[in-house]
Design a protein around this ligand. Structure first.
Ligand code: GUN
Length: 285
């Protein structure tokens, strides 16, 4: 029998913990954690994610400040906003929803966010701290994946972990996290030769490539843990992951569903990171 790892249930438990912690810190300091959420343009997927993030904040007792900028905002205007938020004492976390329109320099925008308020863990300073194994704000999807593995009691140390996809948001940081937990890590990508054979070595297979049902049962070692980061629409508009769930779940030992798997954990880790930034900025525990 395959174990389904319910991100939805784990996220609900963690969000309750975060809500209680936010209330305790409010009692202690009289202050409420604040998250600034910047969206540029009208990307429909971004609008859904941003609204979900704001809603999760309000349920957890975190104040959210929304900034919806027009598609033609200039680099200077966006940088000005980031600098203003860096200096705002009511803001402890700053998130700029990606992707940004092509005329904006994404790297420069992310680099302008104060590393202390970088709740997405995208600033090169925080990426660097993660890569040298130091405590830092870690990118939310990788942090959520680790939390799911740990809370499910899955052993990581000494295991073969194969990651499909090398993005800056998921593939690379999750590789660093798994390495820090003593897994043997392989990162695969579009030029990898014989992907099914490489994936079949994995005790823990993490898939983040954005291609519906790409990973089939022949990629999976019997009993493996399969973490599906994908959120795609198939030909008939159904929400599906990067993993072909039905056949793979018959072979895997553990699997995350889509929806209800990694997605709810990503937003939960954003709340956790905002709380951590609040504690750090106010020097409270
Ligand atoms: N776009 C897709 N995933 C993310 C994320 O985790 N953070 C931000 N800021 N943008 C995204």
């Amino acid at each position: 029998m395959t174990n389904i790892i319910s991100g939805k249930e784990l996220a609900a438990t963690m969000r309750q913990e975060i809500k209680e912690e936010t209330a305790r810190l409010y009692e202690k300091t009289g202050k409420q954690p604040g998250l600034a959420v910047i969206q540029v343009g009208e990307n429909p997927a971004s609008s859904v994610y941003v609204n979900n993030k704001k809603k999760a904040c309000s349920e957890a007792g975190i104040k959210s400040f929304g900034y919806h900028l027009p598609d033609d905002v200039t680099q200077e205007e966006l940088l000005d906003l980031v600098h203003t938020l860096n200096a705002d004492r009511n803001v402890h976390g700053i998130l700029c929803q990606l992707p940004l329109p092509d005329h904006l320099n994404e790297f420069e925008i992310l680099r302008a966010v104060s590393p202390q308020k970088d709740v997405d863990g995208f600033h090169p300073y925080n990426v660097g701290l993660l890569s040298v194994g130091k405590k830092t704000l870690v990118s939310c999807t990788p942090a959520g994946i680790l939390e799911m593995l740990v809370r499910s009691g899955i052993e990581i140390s000494g295991k073969e972990c194969v990651i499909v996809g090398r993005s800056n948001i998921v593939g690379k940081p999750v590789a660093q996290l798994m390495l820090s937990k003593n897994a043997t890590v392989t990162v695969t990508h579009s030029r990898t030769k014989d992907l099914p054979a490489v994936c079949s070595r994995a005790d823990i297979l993490i898939v983040a490539i954005g291609r519906p049902r790409f990973v089939t049962a022949d990629f999976v070692k019997p009993g493996a843990v399969v973490i599906d980061v994908g959120i795609n629409r198939d030909d008939v508009g159904k929400l599906v992951g990067d993993v072909d769930f039905e056949p793979v779940s018959e072979k895997a030992g553990w699997i995350t569903p889509v929806p209800g798997g990694v997605g709810p954990m990503t937003i939960t880790m954003l709340l956790a990171n905002t709380l951590e930034a609040f504690r750090d900025i106010n020097a409270v525990s």
